[in-house]
Design a protein around this ligand. Structure first.
Ligand code: R5P
Length: 296
């Protein structure tokens, strides 16, 4: 480990210079990966836009029944057709997602567990899904929660590393999910640190939050970043978040509550698609959202 004394502050991010190792395969940082790994990444990231709309409905893994997700069997069939990736637990996906309806959808399988809302500290988790079951689920990536700077950092990075080792054996990409616990920082410095640590450990995709200096975070991260939705916002603000994320270099969004807690979740997912895949501005997407509601 480098001696921290005299360490210079990193600042030369060259945000205007495109990622250099991009010849051969369109997903950032994936040139040297195995064919099967690339195939799964191509299922996640649309080959035309290079981007993805992930729908997160894994909240029950630590929150139990969540507002908007009380009946997975009712909400999922409505939304599955309008997103690219289903991010959920194996229990929710096996019990409530029709494989036929999801035939052309990628699966981001939530593979860690161990916390619940009853605890103050959510940062202690285990790797809960083995690679063989991930293969049986046809998972396109495993989502591993990581708690940088929290009490459970060591175990969560152990989970991540074990998942990456399994992922390499079975050609399943790993999505490192940057957690922000109750007391954890939400600063550009923190997100820059966390995203880079996860990528250096071998995660193929990083889910993190949008923040100031986001372009620098993207530039310093050698694999694609998808931006988390977070708490429910008014639709216009959620679309602005998606727009800012894509404009800042994210290759997609992974939204849960901002879709399923909307009064109009289908129209919201369609509007997010417009930003992520078709270059709409937040205002254009909001106008589209309103006009889709008007058609009902
Ligand atoms: C966050 O990283 C967890 O995986 C959540 O359970 C979920 O994905 C969060 O989604 P949202 O914050 O958009 O509701």
């Amino acid at each position: 480990m480098a001696d921290l004394e005299g360490m210079k502050v990193a600042k030369d991010y060259h945000v205007d210079v495109p990622f250099a190792n991009d010849k051969g395969f369109y997903v950032k940082g994936a040139n040297a990966l195995d064919w099967g790994m690339k195939k799964r990444l191509a299922h996640i990231f649309n080959p035309k836009s290079g981007n993805t709309v992930m729908f997160a409905f894994d909240h029950g893994y630590f929150m139990g029944s969540t507002a908007g997700l009380e009946r997975l069997d009712l909400i999922l069939p409505k939304l599955v057709p309008h997103v690219d990736v289903l991010m959920g637990t194996r229990g929710a996906i096996r019990s409530c997602v029709d494989p036929g309806l999801a035939s052309n959808k990628a699966i981001a399988l939530r593979a860690t567990s161990g916390s619940s809302m009853l605890q103050d500290d959510l940062s202690h988790e285990v790797l809960a899904v083995d690679a063989k079951d991930a293969v049986r689920m046809n998972a396109d990536c495993l989502a591993i929660q990581t708690f940088i700077g929290a009490e459970g950092q060591l175990s969560s990075l152990d989970n991540l590393s074990k998942a990456i080792n399994l992922g390499q054996q079975y050609s399943i990409p790993i999505m490192g999910v940057v957690a922000v616990g109750k007391e954890m920082e939400r600063t550009p410095r923190f997100f820059k640190l966390a995203t880079r640590i996860l990528a250096e450990l071998g995660a193929n995709v990083i889910k993190t939050y949008y923040c100031d200096d986001f372009e620098e975070i993207v530039a310093a991260c050698p694999v694609p970043i998808v931006v988390a939705g977070g708490k429910k916002l008014p639709e216009k603000e959620a679309l602005l978040l998606a727009y800012n994320a894509i404009r800042g270099g994210a290759r997609g969004v992974d939204m849960g509550r901002n879709i399923f807690q909307s009064q109009n979740p289908v129209e919201m997912s369609l509007a997010i698609n417009k930003i992520v895949h078709e270059g709409y501005t937040d205002q254009d997407a909001y106008d589209f959202f309103r006009s889709e509601i008007g058609k009902r």
